[in-house]
Ligand binder design. Structure first.
Ligand SMILES: C[S@@+](CC[C@H](N)C(=O)[O-])C[C@H]1O[C@@H](n2cnc3c(N)ncnc32)[C@H](O)[C@@H]1O
Length: 518
């Protein structure tokens, strides 16, 4: 098979199944001499580096439309990936040419637009402020095209100063940022927007942003830099939680990003136990919890698997984000790197060990007597650490545990798990990839079969009752306000239960402070 067709076929396989490039070559049945395979592998890796910029280029020079006869939409390999490898060689390879016969139709078709493609590429380079077109590849492969900053409401609750979300918007406006109503990627310079999935807490900035360096919002802990996908596990585990329901655990907590988000989603109420085995990382966790004002977190240095579940009779929710291969971290895309057979064996052995440890953690979490929800996540893209661990955990749960339905696990997130691994249940879990403007990530949510649904219904019921109660308290507090306007000014128009709750507690805190000052 033609060299470019083989590379495109392997890319098709990679798009569909993820995993390693080498594995995709084998799975796509791309056979050839050792030299040929190496050449194809190198082309795939280089093409992936430039994929974002090539896709952008194809929006201005739409070759699939302009050369419809050659690049049919339903071909094998796909026209999309065949075009990417051809364009890579024409625009970014050291020789700057497509190494195929001049009579090969795909080459002829691309070359008909060669001059326009090169001119548009230079335009993209200038727009991105890069000194050469090759620099465009560096930017695309080392970032996720956006920077995320999470607003931490715990600071707003505990400080007299206004650290509300509306104050943050005002602060950013004063710094010259415009707030967009809808997401735009790449995020335009000096702009930002609220993330469409985590609308209440996550702000999305251009990838090159550095505004927080030395800024009081960042320094105070009111803004925390955290990748979007890394926020998901905390969001899923705390969804619908009510202080009346019970206590929570973050089993593998350091450096503490997810713990601090869980604490924020709990409104810094109730009790969140956080465990961390490594002494050094435990210290980092404590610093983070202090800075983020996580007053409801009880941190313990220790091994989660050595805890006695009976000592935690009120824990209903557990987050498990254990050590993993980290293969999803974008600027650590080492899974793309060529590996020889010995390294492949080492990698398989490492994944096997990690998966055994990950399964052990889930099985321990299942033993907590009152636990109803266990969220398991990794920053790995390997099925060995994701869907396969989930499948083994379900099998070992003796029918007492099942995966929560899609509605509980970010239903609007489109990329779900691998069907070939989990069948229909793949819809219950989520995967994230750099194409989604995040690091590679995996999130699953187990619920206890006997009580899963009831807990959710109960949580919803108590949540509604609480909203009503909080709204009443809020109205009362408004009436009682002694008229200096401070409380009203510091309290944004509250809408959700969490916001109402925050407003109520902040008012109480301010009243206490005013009384103490008199
Ligand atoms: C992927 S990191 C957790 C990241 C964290 N959830 C965050 O978002 O900031 C995994 C952590 O679990 C810790 N760990 C590994 N095994 C553990 C165990 N058995 N008990 C407690 N902590 C453990 C590791 O030291 C590491 O700090």
């Amino acid at each position: 098979m033609n060299f470019y067709r083989s590379a495109a076929l392997a890319l098709d396989h990679l798009d569909k199944h993820q995993g390693s490039v080498k594995g995709s070559l084998a799975a796509a049945k791309v056979n050839g001499s050792a030299g040929e395979s190496k050449r194809i592998l190198a082309l795939i890796i280089e093409t992936l580096k430039y994929r974002d910029v090539l896709k952008q280029l194809l929006t201005t020079v739409p070759l699939t439309k302009l050369e419809r006869e050659t690049f049919r939409s339903k071909g094998t390999p796909s026209s999309a990936n065949l075009l990417l490898v051809l364009l890579h060689d024409l625009l970014f390879s050291p020789k700057g040419k497509i190494e195929a016969s001049d009579k090969w139709p795909p080459k002829e078709a691309v070359l008909r637009h060669g001059a326009r493609l090169k001119a548009e590429l230079v335009r993209l380079q200038i727009k991105a402020g890069k000194s050469s077109v090759r620099e465009l590849g560096k930017a695309a492969s080392s970032t996720v095209e956006a920077r995320y900053a999470r607003w931490n409401p715990n600071i707003e609750l505990s400080r007299a100063d206004d650290f509300s979300l509306s104050a943050l918007h005002a602060h950013l406006a004063a710094k010259g940022f415009s707030r967009l109503d809808t997401p735009v990627y790449p995020v335009p310079d000096k702009s930002y927007f609220m993330d469409p999935h985590l609308t209440e807490h996550l702000l999305v900035f251009p990838a090159s942003s550095t505004w927080w360096v030395g800024d009081k919002w960042y320094e105070s802990g009111a803004v925390i830099l955290q990748d979007k996908a890394s926020c998901f596990p905390a969001y899923v585990v705390m969804d619908g939680w009510d202080p009346a329901e019970g206590e929570c655990i973050d089993a593998t907590a350091a450096p503490g990003n997810k713990t601090s988000y869980m604490s924020a989603l709990m409104g810094a109420e109730g009790t969140l136990y956080a465990f961390e085995r490594s002494p050094k990382r435990y210290q980092t966790l404590c610093n983070m919890l202090q800075k983020a004002e996580c007053g409801n977190v009880k941190a313990t240095r220790g091994d989660f698997t050595e805890t006695n579940p009976a000592d935690y009779p009120n824990v209903t929710r557990i987050l498990l984000d254990p050590s993993c291969s980290g293969s999803g971290i974008v600027n650590r895309l080492d899974y793309l790197v060529d590996a020889d057979e010995a390294e492949d064996d080492e990698q398989a052995e490492r994944l096997e060990k990690l998966a055994a440890f990950q399964l052990q953690m889930i099985q321990h979490a299942f033993r907590f007597p009152a636990v109803r929800r266990v969220v398991y996540s990794t920053c790995s893209i390997h099925a060995e650490e994701d869907e396969r661990v989930v499948a083994k955990a379900l099998a070992s749960g003796k029918g007492k545990w099942k995966l929560a339905p899609r509605e509980w696990v970010l239903p609007s997130w489109e990329r779900r798990g691998l069907v070939e691994e989990l069948g229909d249940a793949a819809d219950s879990v989520i995967r994230c990839l750099p194409e989604d403007k995040t690091n590679g990530f995996f999130v699953s949510c187990f619920v206890r079969v006997d009580a899963g649904e009831e807990v959710k219904a109960k949580a919803k019921g108590t949540k509604r009752a609480r909203e009503e109660e909080v709204a009443e308290a809020d109205e009362e507090a408004d009436e009682e306000d002694d008229g200096d306007g401070t409380a009203a000014a510091a309290t944004p128009k509250a809408k959700t239960a969490a916001q109402l709750d925050r407003a109520r507690r902040k008012k109480q805190l301010q009243k206490k402070r005013r009384k103490a000052a008199k």
